[in-house]
Design a protein around this ligand. Structure first.
Ligand code: APR
Ligand code: PHB
Length: 395
């Protein structure tokens, strides 16, 4: 048995765990990150790609801005398309803020590279991770290392950054835990294509056939999504059918969607999920381990980073000064932002997607809502404020 000790044991090397480790290291707090998958897997998994205004500022402030500034694409607005017309929402004019298109995979690569250069502990391909005594002052994590050795990591606190399916959340006794869940009767089929985006800014399109989103990853790589049935099979969607459906849903006189080789194709289920509290004793949950939002509005990654900014501040106060005030407020502070983003994501989702079956009344309400967003400055500003993100504390 290999026994080691650290101040913060972090389960999961997604954006939440990695950015938390990075923020703690800057404050001189030791952490060990344990991850079940390989480096290639965590660096390649296609996920989100839009960063809020303050998330970009934060990454820059903590030394993660080099590639972000070099290849991130600043967007001052989005396009909303419905009833055959495309309307631009100018975030910069409405609320003085912007978003940046920069892939989650790139954030993961940046933090992993920095961690390896500085020889900070990151154990990949570990198995059988189990959390113990999280309600006590001496929690620990048992696991098997990549080379099969049984290990035990003693910690002052544990950060459960292990996503929706990780083991951390189940440590909170069910009598103390409350969860909320909503399933949506549709899914997103996403493609990554080697073709220059046909748009300068993201297009969110409402269409009777279903929602479509034109996003991007770089000046040469497009990311596109189509609303499909929740039980849809990928086999039913050869590339040509995907492009044809995208053509129909984005159709606009004088505009053309360029096609290119499809590098990746996948289907993502849509759901909302919130679990509270986000702290139990010496265990703190962050990111998808505690909450999932539907992807419309691009909040998942931004919420995960907001959680760990608050968590890092709270843990520094606790571990450096024995000050428990921030850890005591951690769950409540996070959940207020989580519910605000859940509200926004649910609203965007229900405004833009076509409900299965014929719901003519619902479709007219959606169009009325969309017309209000593009014609009322107050309504447009409300969307712009939420899309570009609730302000984050400075680190
Ligand atoms: N042991 C070790 N690691 C684990 C375990 C386990 N038992 N279970 C899960 N993990 C790892 C996963 O392999 C994954 O790398 O935890 C990590 C969790 O990362 P994410 O799922 O990316 O979650 P998070 O860091 O909270 O980031 C949220 O990801 O899904 C997107 O839209 C979401 O963009 C948001 C972001
Ligand atoms: C993406 O680029 O993956 C993306 C962008 C905006 C969204 C959701 C996903 O609302």
């Amino acid at each position: 048995m290999r026994r080691t000790r650290t101040q913060v044991g972090i389960v999961g090397a997604g954006p939440a765990g990695l950015v938390l480790g990075h923020l703690l290291a800057r404050e001189g707090i030791d952490a060990v990150i344990l991850e079940a998958k390989s480096r290639a897997y965590v660096e390649q998994r296609q996920r989100a790609g839009v960063l809020e205004h303050d998330v970009v500022r934060l990454l820059r402030d903590v030394g993660l801005g080099k590639r972000l500034d070099a290849i991130g694409m600043i967007h001052d607005g989005i396009h909303l398309q419905f009833a055959g017309e495309r309307h631009r929402l100018d975030f910069r004019a409405l609320c003085g803020r912007s978003v940046t298109v920069y892939a989650q995979t790139d954030i993961v690569k940046d933090v992993v590279a920095d961690r390896l250069v500085r020889a900070l502990p990151l154990e990949l391909e570990v198995e059988d991770v189990a959390l113990h005594d999280v309600a006590s002052a001496a929690p620990h994590i048992s696991y098997r290392s990549a080379d099969g050795e049984a290990c035990e990591l003693a910690c002052d606190v544990i950060a459960g950054c292990d996503g929706f399916h990780g083991p951390s959340r189940a440590q909170i006794p069910s009598a103390l835990q409350k969860t909320w869940e909503r399933a949506y009767p549709y899914a997103w089929l996403g493609i990554l294509a080697d073709v220059a985006p046909s748009t300068d800014e993201l297009i969110y399109a409402h269409h009777p056939d279903g929602f479509a989103l034109h996003s991007m990853r770089s000046p040469r790589v497009s990311r596109l999504y189509l609303q499909v049935a929740e039980d849809e099979s990928l086999d039913a969607w050869p590339d040509a059918r995907v492009w044809d459906a995208l053509d129909t849903r984005f159709a606009l006189p004088g505009w053309r969607l360029e096609r290119g080789p499809v590098r990746e194709k996948g289907i993502t289920a849509m759901r909302s999920f919130v679990s509270a509290p986000m702290r139990y004793g010496r265990l703190f949950l962050a990111g998808d381990a505690a909450h999932i939002v539907p992807p419309t509005g691009a909040k998942g990654l931004n919420l995960a980073i907001a959680d760990v900014v608050l968590l890092a501040q709270a843990l520094v106060a606790l571990l450096r000064n024995g000050d428990e005030s921030l850890v005591d407020r951690y769950s409540e502070t996070c959940l207020s932002r989580v519910w605000a983003c859940t509200q926004f994501s649910t609203w965007m989702t229900s405004m833009l997607h076509t409900a299965p079956g014929k719901d003519g009344f619902g479709a007219e309400l959606q169009l009325a809502q969309l017309r209000q967003v593009v014609s009322s400055k107050a309504a447009a500003t409300a969307l712009a404020e939420r899309y570009t993100g609730i302000p984050l504390p400075r680190v």
